[in-house]
Design a protein around this ligand. Structure first.
Ligand code: FAQ
Length: 312
């Protein structure tokens, strides 16, 4: 008899996508549910810091762009919840895990958005880090996740450009505007490079996820690529990154950088960052307030189904 695990591993090795009905190790399924649902939660919670600025965007064009971006993030959450549902978990279960505080979402969204320049810094740095991490996920071994990521990455690229353009505009503006842009970069830089997760030697899931081709690069590899990219882009803004140790290293062919504050990272991941409680409360309230929409949609779907059955 054919060994299902061998068939699975051969497919992974030969770059053939694993699809929902294929046999897969239980741990592969669990790892994907964990990663995809946490990713979906990050997109949905990630709408909150920027939504905070929709009513205060400085021009109509900026307001329309920001609304579109926040809507895109909602769409990403929905594709990702749908991808996770193919692994035998319901959306209600995933949302319960988020609302009860059991499931994680990205640490970055527990920081406050204090000025308009934060919209620029989030687009440039947060979406920039997200793209660096997510482009390799388009080649993830699990088909539904990989396919969802293709569209998500295209939209994230637009988000990154709109953020960079906000900062570029501010950097060419008045002294106060330049200062506001620099202050936003100073506050968002370190949390952005923490988005890639713990160092490789402290990352319990990386080795197995890379063997299964869920992840294609390690946390540290992606972080380094991101730092190398931003160290060059910041020069166009004629602003600086808040790291005195940031320096090109010819031997490594990479930028060296300073020590990451891992104590702060774990503190935020464990629920004690500046906005964790506020974010979870806002999300739980939005879910509760939206109950009538879900009920109406379910009733509508039921009615259409019975009409179709009668017609058949
Ligand atoms: N925050 O062993 P690893 C976005 C947890 S989307 C919180 O390295 P793994 C779009 C990790 O879950 C941003 N927790 O884990 C947007 C694990 O805990 P667990 C989200 C973190 O999975 C932009 C533990 O630490 N992107 O920004 C973080 O192999 C603007 C050990 O870590 C994704 O989710 C963190 N930063 O690697 C939206 C991408 N890092 O589960 C709105 C997909 C690690 O054992 C506005 N995910 N942890 O309890 C991934 O690529 C991976 O899951 C990593 C972590 C790289 C995040």
């Amino acid at each position: 008899m054919l060994d299902p695990e061998k068939i699975f591993l051969d497919k992974v090795y030969e770059e053939i996508k694993i699809e929902p009905k294929d046999w897969m190790p239980d741990q592969y399924r669990k790892t994907l549910i964990r990663q995809i649902s946490q990713h979906a939660h990050s997109e949905i919670v990630g709408m909150l810091p920027e939504a905070n600025w929709i009513t205060r965007a400085p021009t109509l064009r900026r307001k329309a762009t920001l609304i579109a971006k926040v809507q895109d993030e909602a769409g990403h959450g929905l594709y990702l919840y749908s991808a996770a549902e193919t692994l035998n978990i319901t959306r209600d279960e995933m949302l319960d895990q988020l609302h009860s505080g059991k499931a994680k979402y990205s640490s970055i969204f527990n920081y406050p958005t204090l000025t308009w320049a934060d919209m620029g810094a989030i687009g440039w740095l947060v979406d920039g880090a997200a793209i660096m991490n997510q482009v390799p996920l388009c080649r993830c071994s699990y088909g539904p996740y990989a396919r969802a990521m293709i569209r998500i990455c295209k939209e994230e690229s637009f988000h990154q450009r709109q953020g960079f353009e906000i900062l570029l505009t501010l950097s060419k503006g008045t002294e106060a505007q330049r200062k506001m842009a620099q202050d936003a970069i100073d506050r968002w830089w370190w949390p952005s490079i923490m988005m890639f997760g713990p160092n490789d030697d402290a990352s319990p899931h990386s080795a197995q996820s890379m063997a299964w081709k869920i992840k294609r690069f390690s946390n540290d590899e992606l972080r380094q690529k991101f730092i190398d990219m931003c160290a060059e882009q910041v020069k166009i803004l004629r602003l600086t990154l808040p790291d005195e140790k940031l320096k090109w290293n010819e031997k490594r062919n990479h930028f060296d950088f300073g020590e990451i504050n891992w104590k702060e990272f774990w503190n935020v991941v464990n629920g004690n960052g500046p906005c964790n409680k506020e974010r979870l409360a806002a999300r739980t309230k939005a879910h509760k307030d939206g109950a009538w929409v879900r009920e109406a949609a379910a009733a509508h779907a039921e009615k259409r189904k019975s009409r179709a059955q009668k017609a058949a």
